[in-house]
Design a protein around this ligand. Structure first.
Ligand code: GLN
Length: 260
């Protein structure tokens, strides 16, 4: 597809319900970094009862974090063809990012503190249990290291920084973690993993919102989506001084780096 005709559609799942800690910023970051490269973007809100409709051009699917009440409504809504459609999109290499409550529902189930097992979409081989009485919520800033499959040859290690606040403990089965924790709790505060990744499906506990101050990850998601329609497309570099300053101010503060 010629560069002039490519267009990105961001499917914002449950935009008005799953927007904890400004996760909507992830949509804005992807939209702006695409438009700054001259690629037009449509943002489509996909709410309860509405179908997911991939387009004939590039698509990217996002859903943010939310509390147990919203997650129960989502689990119901995703339990039929909608969840199967999302799973099929991932199996076909589609780009999906789920954050916290959205991420938890990308596994087999999310068990609420009341013991209700909300069915997940089954994108990742993982499940989430509630915290025990003697366990605190996992809250705080996070710095984590990502082994980027796209950088396998160079073996590059990237970092992501963000903020987490969740009671749920996610246990990975066969699913690969997205990252390894440097500072913070991540999936469960025990095994040093954060999030999950399978093909072009990404799950993370990092709010912030995550993408604005992690521009490399934003571009990775964007490029993976665009290359599904034009495998040779490249992204021109942008002046990321402000984004990288925001990343460093968080990463250095929580890791103690940069202190003289
Ligand atoms: N309700 C879920 C939990 O507490 C997710 C919360 C969130 O999205 N921050 O684990």
């Amino acid at each position: 597809m010629s560069r002039e005709r490519i267009k990105l559609t961001i499917h914002h799942l449950y935009a008005d319900m799953m927007n904890l800690y400004g996760d909507r910023g992830n949509v804005i970051a992807i939209k702006k970094r695409s438009e700054w490269r001259g690629i037009p973007v449509d943002v489509v809100d996909v709410g309860l009862g509405e179908s997911i409709r991939p387009t004939s051009s590039a698509d990217l699917f996002l859903f943010g974090g939310g509390q147990d009440r919203e997650q129960a409504l989502l689990a119901e809504d995703l339990s039929g063809t909608k969840g199967a459609d999302l799973r099929a999109i991932v199996d076909d290499g589609g780009v999906v990012l789920g954050v916290c409550g959205g991420y938890q529902l990308m596994g087999h189930h999310y068990e609420t503190p009341e013991g209700e097992k909300l069915p997940g979409v089954g994108i990742f081989d993982m499940h989430t249990r509630p915290r025990r009485e003697d366990e605190a919520r996992l809250i705080g800033n996070v710095l984590a290291r990502v082994r980027v499959p796209e950088d396998e040859e160079s073996g590059a290690i990237r970092e992501i920084a963000g903020f987490e606040n969740h009671g749920g403990r996610t246990e990975l089965g066969e699913a690969d973690p997205l990252a390894e924790i440097v500072v913070g709790y991540g999936n469960n505060g025990r095994d040093g993993t954060e999030g999950a990744r399978r093909l072009n499906a990404y799950g993370t506990y990092l709010h912030g919102s995550l993408l604005p101050k992690n521009p490399w990850l934003t571009d990775q998601l964007l490029l993976n989506a665009l290359r599904r329609v034009d495998e040779k497309i490249e992204l021109e570099p942008l002046d990321d001084a402000a984004e990288l300053s925001a990343f460093s101010s968080v990463a250095d503060r929580i890791s103690g780096r940069g202190r003289g």
